[in-house]
Each structure stands twice: as structure tokens, then as C-alpha cells.
Ligand binder design. Structure first.
Ligand code: SF4
Ligand code: SF4
Length: 413
């Protein structure tokens, strides 16, 4: 017996036990990761009409219970929270995830004894600590994280995440905290989008691509169709990293000239679900854009989500139709789907409102086609090289980039 308990034997025993624990843990992780892709994963929608942290936290706790997500989901794990901080703008602009929603989520997660909670996002523009700091402060996320005891990410390194099943991209350079996360909580804003019609759970994950790498992806996938395929590959790659949870800030979203220059649109709800594609099926329905959002159509074609809201496993107080605004989102939003299928010369193009342009140059730095130049402290677009990605409109804090329709289309209307 004593001989058996010699040092090599104890080492072997220790490693066998460690291996068994690791296999069990990874086995559980694999099972949990599968739910990220499960089209039958439930989606919860609840009424919530104001940005009150206590009220939102109560809604989230109820939703998590009804989705079968227990505190163990977060316990002992490195949790990364990904809000939409597209630009350093005040929450009143409704372009970014409201800090009350982020704070409520951080509070709920923090109560589940996670190993750590880090807020990580790459806003539009260069991915630099000083610009990150400006975004965290302007959007109210710095104060929200401080109150909830979460950490803000300032590590600007990236890591490669492979996804061999990708249709148009099989490898992604993602923010390091995202690539190393053990749970990802994707907290998006429900908005219309000039290029992709809608930005919700799937599109929000584009913020895990660092700064100007995003510009390069717009150049690599220069039309809405190919870019949407890329976004579905990206969301799928993120979903292979670890268990994910998606939360949609639909209390007040955006319609019209989204994602940054549209009008606030109250939807009065919060949506939560494990499968980002399923969550987007519901978001598409709320915006009355069923079948028109290319990322959702692509996900549907790949079998990643249900055909429509009637097939979703909904957890909902009352009828889901009650959550859909009585008035449809603006005609501008409705037309966008048709316009993306037109020949290039007919499609709406960006124009600079010289009276509003302050010459900051952000649009020029964000243009994948390098077709914006600055002269006399004003931006100018050479339209012959423009790929119509609308990044300039997205990045202009001064609403100086307008999307103008072709004269023929204006006459038809
Ligand atoms: S159009 Fe907007 S982003 Fe571009 S330089 Fe003018 S103010 Fe800046
Ligand atoms: S001018 Fe605007 S829409 Fe055209 S390629 Fe540049 S960023 Fe995209």
C-alpha cells in the first residue's frame, strides 16, 4: 500500500482527476455551446418602458429563469459583456445600448459569482485606449460599470478565432477578451441600419472586430449580400467560443436613418435569448421587416433559426403582436430592402451636408474605399469609387452625411 502511494503514483492520480474534471467541464461547455445554435432555443420578450435599472434587472431575472438560465451559467466564469457603443454619443441619441440596461445586466450577472465581468467593445473608428475611454464615458457605460463593479476593457490586442464552417470567412481576428471569454453577453440596441436594414443581436457582434479592421471587412465584402454572409459567419464563430446570451435593448430603439442618425422609436420591450439568430427573427418582426433582413435570411437558409416568429419558442407575457408598434417603422426603412437590390447607379448614395460638416475627418478615416477627401475643413466624396457601405453616415456624429436617393427614384415616389 505504502509503495502504491509513492510520488509518481500520486502525480498520476492528480493528473487523472484533473483530466476527468476538465473533460466534464468541457463536456458541459459543449452542451451549453450547442444551445447558441439551436433554432428551438426559446426567446423571451417582456414589456419594459423606461430606463429604470431596478425594473430592468427584475425583467432580466424573470427572463433568465424562464429561459432556464441559472446562476451556474455565470458562476466562476470569465464573463464578457458586449454593448453597442458605435460612437461616443450620449444615451439620449439612442444610437448606443442604454447604460441602464447594461448596468442592470451587470448587476444580475455580478450576483451570480462570476470569476470576472469585463465590458468589451470596439466602437467605430480606431481601436485605441483613449478613444475607448471617450466612448465609455460619453455613452454612460463607464459610470454604469463602476456602479456594478465591472471592469472596462482597454486591452487593444486581438486573437484569431477559426471557424472552418464559415461560408465566406473561416478565420476572425477578435478582441482578446471576446476570444478568451467563458460566457459572452451580447447587449444590443434594436435599430434600423442603412446597409443591413436592421442591427440587433447578429450585427452587434461586428463590434468584436477591432477598429479599422471593420473598415477592411467592408472593403472585402462590399455589398449588403456578401457582408450579411460575413456577419452570419462572424456570429457563428463567436457562438463557438463559449455559451452566449443575447439581450436586446428594445425599450427605445431607432428607425429611419439608423444606425446613428435615425429617430428614436419606442418598442417598450426587452428581448433575451441564447440563439442570436432566433433573437433577430423576433427583432425583424418587431420592425415589420420580416424576410427583408439579409443576415436573418442567410441564417434561416443555413438552418440556424426558425422561418418566422410563429415558429419561435417564445416566452412571452400575452400576445407577441402586442409588442409590435402599431405604426410601422418609416417608409424610408421599408424601402431600404428593395433599394439594395437595384443596380448600383440607382442605389441611394451618401452626400455631405456642407453646412453641418465640421471637418473632423472621421468619415474619411472610416471609408473603406478611401474615397473621401478633406478640403477647406469639409469632407468631399468622389462617388465613382464609393462602394455604398454607408460607413461615413454611420460614423458622422454631426449627422452631416445624408443618404440621397437617385432622382429617378425620388420621382417614382
Ligand atoms: S461629414 Fe461628418 S464625419 Fe465627415 S468630416 Fe464632416 S462632420 Fe466629420
Ligand atoms: S463614401 Fe461612404 S458609403 Fe462610400 S465607400 Fe466611403 S464610407 Fe462607404
Amino acid at each position: 500500500m505504502l509503495k502504491l502511494l509513492n510520488k509518481p503514483f500520486l502525480f498520476q492520480l492528480f493528473y487523472m482527476l484533473a483530466f476527468a474534471v476538465a473533460v466534464c467541464y468541457n463536456g458541459n461547455m459543449c452542451e451549453e455551446i450547442k444551445l447558441n445554435f439551436d433554432p428551438s432555443a426559446p426567446v423571451a420578450i417582456s414589456r419594459c418602458e423606461k430606463y429604470d435599472v431596478d425594473e430592468i434587472a427584475a425583467v432580466l431575472e424573470t427572463q433568465l429563469r424562464s429561459l432556464g438560465i441559472s446562476p451556474e451559467f455565470f458562476a466562476g466564469r470569465r464573463v464578457v459583456v458586449k454593448p453597442n457603443l458605435i460612437m461616443a454619443a450620449s444615451p439620449d441619441r439612442m444610437a448606443t445600448t442604454h447604460p441602464a440596461v447594461v448596468e442592470a445586466a451587470l448587476r444580475v450577472i455580478g450576483a451570480c459569482s462570476p470569476a470576472s465581468v469585463t465590458v468589451a467593445e470596439s466602437p467605430g473608428g480606431p481601436y485605441q485606449p483613449a478613444l475607448l475611454r471617450a466612448s465609455y464615458h460619453a455613452t454612460g457605460i463607464a459610470a454604469a460599470a463602476k456602479r456594478a463593479g465591472a471592469t472596462l476593457n482597454f486591452d487593444t490586442s486581438v486573437k484569431t478565432v477559426g471557424y472552418p464552417d464559415g461560408k465566406v470567412s473561416k478565420s476572425f481576428e477578435l478582441l482578446t477578451p471576446a476570444a478568451e471569454a467563458e460566457v459572452i453577453v451580447n447587449i444590443c440596441k434594436l435599430k434600423t441600419h442603412s446597409l443591413t436594414q436592421m442591427t440587433a443581436a447578429v450585427k452587434n457582434l461586428f463590434g468584436f472586430v477591432a477598429g479599422t479592421d471593420k473598415v477592411a471587412m467592408h472593403a472585402r465584402f462590399p455589398n449588403p449580400q456578401s457582408f450579411s454572409k460575413y456577419l452570419v459567419d462572424l456570429a457563428s464563430a463567436v457562438a463557438t467560443i463559449c455559451p452566449t446570451l443575447n439581450i436586446v435593448d428594445g425599450i427605445v430603439g431607432m428607425e429611419g436613418n439608423g444606425p446613428t442618425a435615425g429617430a428614436p422609436k419606442p418598442f417598450g420591450c426587452i428581448i433575451t435569448g441564447r440563439n442570436p439568430f432566433g433573437v433577430d427573427v423576433l427583432c425583424e418582426y418587431l420592425l415589420r421587416l420580416e424576410g427583408q433582413v439579409m443576415t436573418t435570411s442567410e441564417a434561416r437558409a443555413r438552418g440556424l433559426c426558425r422561418k418566422d416568429v410563429s415558429e419561435l419558442a417564445l416566452v412571452c407575457e400575452g400576445q407577441v403582436a402586442l409588442y409590435r408598434p402599431a405604426k410601422v417603422v418609416s417608409a424610408e426603412t421599408k424601402q431600404r430592402h428593395i433599394l439594395t437590390h437595384l443596380p448600383r447607379f440607382l442605389r441611394p448614395r451618401p452626400v455631405i451636408d456642407q453646412a453641418l460638416c465640421v471637418g473632423c475627418g472621421v468619415c474619411a478615416k472610416s471609408c473603406p474605399a478611401e474615397t473621401i477627401t478633406m478640403a477647406n475643413k469639409k469632407a468631399h466624396i468622389a462617388h465613382n469609387k464609393c462602394i455604398l457601405c454607408y460607413c461615413c453616415q454611420e460614423m458622422c456624429r454631426f449627422r452631416a452625411v445624408k443618404i440621397r436617393k437617385n432622382i429617378l427614384l425620388r420621382l417614382v415616389r
